[in-house]
Design a protein around this ligand. Structure first.
Ligand code: IPM
Ligand code: MG
Length: 375
């Protein structure tokens, strides 16, 4: 029987409680689809600092290195973060470090607005068309997040100068562009909208040139370029025009949150952060190492109250089965189970609308149970 090793890093805030539900669903999938999952938990974020003095304890990193994939919760606590130096805070010291350490340059964020949740979309019905279905492909290890220099200098008189550097090389743009075009070729609408700021930024000009060149290898995919400001507007005016949105790191961070709101709730948005084998046709795509995490944060205000929506974490686990373990059938079964649980009227607070008939407000655990039993 196939065995896969998972490093489960639940982290802070709502991380542990949504992770529990994802594990519950994975256990059902494991029995039903005939593979074995070794799930090993390890602390990260503030949980890591409290347990071992570091946001990414050495033992946690070592576990990740010998695992087939990382299932990640969320890290960072706004109340505690400012109490330690910025380089040691969970976002930078754990999450960004893992992304860089494992070369996870390709971040996939699929946004889908299920028909049953049309009410949870902030846009008027007529703007939702036949439903919203967007895949944000975000470059994850370059751009302003990692560019050097990155520093704050004292320039005297009580003033400071903060510098972040936006930098991209041709190969970095090429490899993420290949990912976007390949995703567009799958069961999608074969359109890539590449986002840049080519009217102002050097990075934007290079981005546009390189993406255009890569696009020539994919004649069946329509390529369109759009300035990022316009893209932010088009997302709310006519979201149905988008299929795959190809973004550099920072633009993708921003636009994926905006897109998530269109999909009903940030609590519904899963993500896959994939490493180098993806985009290389000679490698087995299904075995790509990846980190899978919900795109929303730690939500400390609702943590530990059985209020969080576990769907983003559960769908992230499904993406893991698909991209890292090649278990497409099980992944689709989990996606369908999520759809069924929603159709059956289960709603966590973020997607609950008192005017909707035949629905009930449920907690994190109850939503997890509903999905697990529908797998
Ligand atoms: C995301 C998050 C992270 C990011 C934070 C937590 C560092 O917002 O994954 O979108 O900015 O990449
Ligand atoms: Mg973000």
């Amino acid at each position: 029987m196939k065995t896969f090793n998972i490093a489960a890093l639940a982290g802070d805030g709502i991380g542990p409680e949504v992770m529990r539900e994802a594990a519950k669903v994975l256990r059902v999938a494991e029995k039903k689809f005939g593979f074995t999952l070794n799930i090993t938990e390890a602390p990260v974020g503030w949980a890591g600092i409290d347990a071992a003095g570091k946001a990414l304890p050495d033992a946690t990193l070592a576990l990740c290195k010998k695992s087939d994939a990382i299932l990640f919760g969320s890290v960072g606590l706004p109340d505690r973060d400012p109490t330690i130096p910025k380089e040691e805070r969970p976002e930078r010291a754990a999450l960004l470090r893992i992304r860089k350490e494992f070369g996870l340059f390709a971040n996939l964020r699929p946004v889908k607005l299920p028909k049953a949740l049309a009410h949870a979309c902030p846009l008027a019905k007529e703007r939702q068309g036949d439903g919203i279905d967007i895949l944000v492909v975000r470059e994850l290890t370059g751009g302003m997040y990692f560019g050097q220099p990155k520093k704050t200098e004292d320039i005297g008189g009580g003033n400071f100068r903060a510098t972040d550097t936006m930098v991209y090389t041709t190969p970095e743009i090429e490899r993420i562009a290949h990912v976007a075009f390949k995703e567009a070729q799958k069961i999608r609408r074969k359109k890539v909208t590449s986002i840049d700021k080519a009217n102002v930024l050097e990075n934007g000009i290079l981005w546009r040139e390189v993406v255009t060149r890569v696009g020539k290898n994919y004649p069946d995919v329509t390529l369109e370029h759009m300035f990022v400001d316009n893209a932010a507007m088009q997302l709310v005016l006519r979201p149905t025009q988008f299929d795959v949105m190809l973004c550099e790191n920072m633009f993708g961070d921003i636009l994926s949150d905006e897109a998530a709101a269109l999909g009903g709730s940030l609590g519904m948005l899963p993500s896959a952060s994939l490493g180098a084998t993806i985009g290389d046709p000679s490698m087995d795509f299904e075995k790509t190492f990846g980190l899978y995490e919900p795109a929303g944060g730690t939500a400390p205000d609702i943590a530990g109250k059985n209020l969080a929506n576990p769907i983003a974490q559960i769908l992230s686990a499904a993406m893991m089965l698909q991209h890292s373990f090649g278990q497409t059938v099980a992944a689709i079964a989990i996606e369908n189970a999520v759809a069924k649980a929603i159709e059956a009227g289960n709603r966590t607070g973020d997607i609950f609308n008192p005017n909707e008939s035949n629905t009930r407000k449920v907690g994190t655990r109850e939503m997890g149970d509903a999905i697990a039993s529908a797998v």
